[in-house]
Design a protein around this ligand. Structure first.
Ligand SMILES: Cc1cc2nc3c(=O)[nH]c(=O)nc-3n(C[C@H](O)[C@H](O)[C@H](O)COP(=O)(O)O)c2cc1C
Length: 188
């Protein structure tokens, strides 16, 4: 199988970002299974482009490239810091510009980082419904990681690492199955 195109959208607004580190660890876990082309799109870097646009026509070329990259994903990784119990505002603002059909049946890994465990259900109560709206194939193993799971450089908690591995395995399985279905549909 050719390389899988894995696109990360990270809702972080600051640098350095624990959410980006989580994203990197997810990409590493996927790479253990399959060869990939990976890219991390950070809202911190896209704020000027995305933040001022009121509709997709106002996005400009760089903003449109971001939407095209998301649309091209074999696996999308959607990660965000928890802000006030939910994803960051700019993370939602970006997905508000996406055509509703773009992510239909695309495997999406859901992950979040937070200050503590109080808002761990952001994955199930905020991220999963958003990507269900898009008809995405949200991966059953969601990942939540808090400050307590972090050693200053990486997330090291065994439960978090196990969730990352499970999510990567499930997403690769789903992406391969989707790829085969598309090949069969084209041949029919
Ligand atoms: C404006 C703001 C709101 C936050 N709200 C929450 C929250 O509701 N629950 C929580 O657990 N952590 C909250 N945090 C902490 C961040 O989610 C946490 O530090 C996260 O890991 C930061 O990710 P980053 O390093 O990628 O920016 C908040 C932080 C900020 C700056």
């Amino acid at each position: 199988m050719s390389k899988l195109n894995v696109v990360v959208v990270s809702g972080n607004l600051g640098f350095p970002s624990k959410t980006v580190i989580l994203a990197e660890q997810i990409l590493e876990a996927i790479k253990q299974q399959v060869s990939i082309d990976g890219e991390i799109l950070q809202l911190a870097e896209l704020a000027a482009t995305i933040g001022l646009a009121r509709n997709p026509d106002e996005l400009g070329e760089s903003g449109k490239r971001v939407l095209n990259r998301i649309a091209s994903a074999d696996i999308l990784v959607a990660v965000t810091p928890v802000y006030k119990g939910s994803y960051t505002g700019l993370f939602k603002h970006l997905f508000d510009f996406l055509d509703p059909k773009t992510l239909s049946e695309v495997p999406v890994i859901l992950g979040a980082t937070g200050g503590g465990d109080k808002h761990a259900l952001i994955v199930e109560h905020q991220l999963r419904p958003l990507f269900s709206f898009f008809g995405a194939l949200t991966i059953p193993a969601g990942i939540y990681a808090s400050e307590q799971n972090f050693n200053g450089a990486r997330f090291i908690d065994p439960v978090v690492l196990q969730r990352i591995e499970a999510a990567a395995e499930q997403a690769v399985y789903a992406a391969k199955a989707r790829g085969e279905r598309r090949v069969q549909a084209e041949a029919a």
